[in-house]
Design a protein around this ligand. Structure first.
Ligand SMILES: [Zn+2]
Length: 224
């Protein structure tokens, strides 16, 4: 689905992968659950582009639903890969950058503990580490915004030229824009700080890892 000029979201993938098209190649933000690569590459073909046109894959964080398709996608495209240092270390280890154990209801907790070993991504060595303020040569400048909280090394990406913010899981779009849920977050104080930081960027469109794209985003950021 087209979001705005040269920015697309691949439908029917958990979590949302985004594509930015430049004359010199494509940038993919997040890689979905394992086996999402087929849908992502199929969508890219539908744009009239080929796998080899993908130049960069940027990971907002190391959760399985964002890095599951990474290894296969890199194999198919030869793209260069990017993540924060903390998340890159977790991706290299093939595990999330923070342990989440659901509190409360004990059956859910038991299921989570039992199933956790099956929800692991293939270990993958990311090429380049990103840090706050860094600008990548994508669509006139794609700025890295460190947004810890959901995970320790979570990053968002902001495209000032189009006013588009890719916020990963720092915020979810569920009947409005919401801060990362407490049960899934590493540090709630940092979650709120990161929401505040992003609300001041002046973004007009917010693209979250989960849920629909938020347009006319001014004033729609969560109150934290
Ligand atoms: Zn996610």
């Amino acid at each position: 689905m087209k979001i705005t000029d040269n920015v697309y979201v691949v439908p029917n993938v958990v979590a949302n992968p985004y594509i930015i098209v430049d004359p010199d190649g494509l940038t993919v933000i997040d890689a979905g659950l394992p086996r999402s690569e087929k849908k992502i590459l199929g969508y890219i073909a539908g744009l009239g582009q080929s796998a080899q046109d993908v130049k960069r894959i940027i990971l907002t964080h190391s959760d399985l639903d964002h890095v599951g398709g990474l290894a296969a996608l890199v194999k198919a495209t030869g793209a260069r890969t990017y993540a924060s240092r903390v998340e890159a270390e977790a991706i290299a280890a093939g595990k999330p950058s923070r342990q989440i154990i659901p509190s409360g209801f004990s059956l859910r907790r038991m299921l989570f503990t039992l199933l956790s070993p099956f929800f692991k991504a293939e270990p993958f060595q990311v090429d380049e580490n990103l840090s706050d303020g860094q600008v990548l040569p994508v669509a006139g400048g794609l700025r890295v915004v460190e947004t810890p909280g959901h995970t320790p090394g979570h990053i968002s990406l902001y495209l000032p030229s189009l006013g588009v913010l890719f916020c990963g899981d720092s915020m979810v779009s569920e009947q409005g824009l919401k801060a990362s849920r407490p049960t899934l977050s590493w540090d709630l104080t940092k979650v709120n700080e990161s929401v505040k930081k992003q609300s001041m960027l002046g973004a007009r469109i917010v693209c979250s890892g989960h849920g629909s794209v938020v347009i006319e985003a001014e004033g729609k950021f969560p109150n934290v």
